[in-house]
Design a binder for this molecule. Structure first.
Ligand code: ATP
Ligand code: MG
Length: 565
């Protein structure tokens, strides 16, 4: 699917990753090919941080006439599930990207990776170590102290081949042996101190079943999978910078035909958000959210259910750019990108979240007028729709105050307001129950004041409303930030201590204008004066459920327009 038509070369793009790709192309490297990959581990759902990596990898492939593979890094059978594989594919597609024929699994390479390991043993560059995991850790040394060589480091090639074959054959218990690269225990880079290549894990794998009981480690599998797929630019996050010498070591030592270049960029961090898959899983497993796709989650499926558009996420990723240094982005910028997009595309409708009955005493009983409401002021082609107006309406409870303070311009006894697309009404009195709560507001209307007509007094406020008899009941779920602090968990033992107890409020007696009768899950609307909302998958005709996607106020608009970004 083509997302953007303009060619990247026409635009001024200067991120350092694209600059490297261009340089390599100009230098004629890789025979003019550009091949990237997005390599998720299927141990959780994708989140907004992954979206940055997806936009970068698939974006570069598209802009430079290359390819981008979707490769599942499924080397750890313990945590991986088929459910995640399917969800990840759906999310990448939803974001607007297509891997074509390039769908791969690291597990497809297990046989070839095993072959590479045997080759390393033959070269004297790998050995079977029989120290315990604890001993290996202790022998590894520290940043200031060199490591110590394992007593098994000088096993003969024959002995290593024999042991490794038997590891594969399932003769040994988990943890009794590992295969390690034989590099340098005194290296300043800890990753080069004889890193583990294979460990024994007698555990079924979601794709290879019981075929294997030894599994390759990430660094080894990743570097060689890149080479096997002919990846030219292997783009990853900064924490892999120290792994690059090892990444290169595998390809050099094995003299692979196709070399790839690892490039590290800063991962996306967002304030008020946790992005670690472990933490997100914890929230799901402990029932602190409704699931991976809870609209408060920073997962792609959560954002989708919340009402985010793929365009808004892509625009956000473009806006934040790609840098070499870690930083924390303001989640308000993500919301800004969303508002910007929804403002252009979301039809406007009128809905009342907390209804208060408003009765127009001088409006004829039984009369219904069809007023014309504008569907989208940003898009004249969206046209208008009829909205029924009658004697009994609902307005928001908060739009009426019996004793208003000075700055309150909405409805109050004696005050006149405009009803959106309708008439001016003047409040005559309010009716209260025995608890002293206002249950009804009475008004009179000016029949000559229909919106759009000249003349009549202007009102200081315009209220949204629905006709009581014509409106539809609905549930509306109001979301707020999932965490109360900018950096959840900072200085605390448990990040969950920062969960916002008010991150979800459910309103069950909302009233919608009748045009929403056929609203389909995924549909996005602007509820006038209230914000952007979308129809939840829980919704069905007769029992509508909406999520608040985002409020209307935008603290980023000024900053962005002011040129700071
Ligand atoms: P973990 O390693 O904890 O399981 P991960 O976030 O690294 O989690 P992967 O599935 O390995 O998850 O990530 C797939 C790709 O997405 C990797 O290339 C990784 O660098 C990239 N990625 C992950 N998180 C972010 C982020 N916050 N910003 C940018 N890229 C990210
Ligand atoms: Mg990872």
């Amino acid at each position: 699917m083509e997302v953007r038509n303009s060619n990247r070369d026409d635009r001024e793009t200067t991120d350092f990753v694209r600059a490297i790709v261009r340089e390599d192309l100009q230098a004629g490297k890789n025979g003019g090919r550009v091949a990237t990959r997005f390599p998720p581990e299927p141990n959780g759902y994708l989140h907004i941080g992954h979206a940055k990596s997806i936009c970068l990898n698939f974006g570069i492939a598209r802009e430079y006439g290359g390819t981008c593979n979707l490769r599942f890094d499924d080397t750890n059978p313990a945590k991986e599930e088929v459910e995640y594989v399917e969800a990840i594919k759906e999310d990448v597609r939803w974001l607007g990207f297509d891997w074509g024929d390039g769908l791969y699994f690291a597990s497809d390479y297990f046989e070839r990776l095993y072959g590479y390991a045997v080759q390393l043993i033959r070269l004297g560059k790998a050995y079977v170590d029989s120290l315990t995991a604890e001993e290996i850790r202790a022998y590894r040394g520290t940043l200031t102290e060199p490591g110590k060589e394992s007593p098994y480091r000088n096993r003969s090639v024959e002995e290593n081949l024999d042991l490794f074959t038997r590891m594969r054959a399932g003769e040994f218990e988990d943890g009794s042996h590992v295969l390690r690269a034989r590099i340098d225990m005194a290296s300043a880079n800890l990753n080069m101190r004889d890193p583990t290549l294979y460990r024994i894990r007698r555990m079924a794998h979601h794709r290879t079943g019981d075929k294997w009981c030894i599994y390759p480690m990430y660094d080894f599998a990743h570097s060689l999978s890149d080479s096997l797929e002919g990846i030219t630019h292997s783009i990853c996050t900064l924490e892999f910078e120290d792994h690059r010498p090892l990444y290169d070591w595998f390809q050099e030592t094995l003299k692979v035909e196709r070399r790839s270049r690892q490039i590290e960029f800063a991962r996306l961090n967002l304030n008020y958000t946790v992005m670690s898959k472990r933490k997100l899983l914890e929230l799901v497993q402990e029932g602190l959210v409704r699931g991976w796709d809870d609209p408060r989650m920073p997962t792609i499926c959560g954002l989708r259910r919340r009402g985010y558009t793929p365009e808004s996420i892509r625009n956000f990723c473009e806006r934040i750019g790609v840098a070499r240094r870690d930083n924390v982005m303001d989640v308000a910028l993500l919301e800004h990108s969303l508002r910007e997009d929804l403002n252009l595309r979301a039809p406007r409708v009128m809905c009342v979240l907390r209804p208060l009955r408003l009765i127009i005493d001088n409006y004829p009983e039984g009369r219904v007028e069809e007023l014309q409401a504008v569907n989208n002021p940003e898009d004249p082609s969206a046209g208008t729709r009829p909205v029924p107006f009658s004697r009994e309406l609902y307005i928001e409870q908060e739009d009426f105050l019996e004793n208003p303070p000075k700055k309150f311009f909405r409805l109050a006894p004696g005050r006149t307001v405009r009803l959106r697309y309708g008439y001016l009404v003047t409040c005559t009195n309010a009716v209260k129950n025995d608890k002293g709560e206002v249950t009804e507001v009475h008004c009179s209307y000016d029949p000559d004041s229909l919106s759009g007509e000249a003349g009549g007094p202007r009102a200081k406020a315009t209220l949204h409303w629905v006709s009581a008899a014509h409106s539809l009941p609905a549930e509306v779920r109001l979301y707020d930030r999932l965490f109360m602090s900018e950096n959840p968990g900072e200085g605390k033992e448990d990040f969950k201590a920062d969960l916002n107890p008010d991150s979800l409020k459910v309103l069950q007696s909302c009233r919608m204008e009748p045009s929403l009768a056929g609203a389909q899950p995924g549909g996005r609307y602007q509820f006038e004066r209230l914000g952007y909302f979308c129809v939840d998958p829980d919704s069905c005709p007769g029992s509508l459920v909406f999520n608040r996607t985002v409020t209307l106020r935008d603290q980023w608009a000024k900053i962005v327009r002011g040129g700071a970004l």
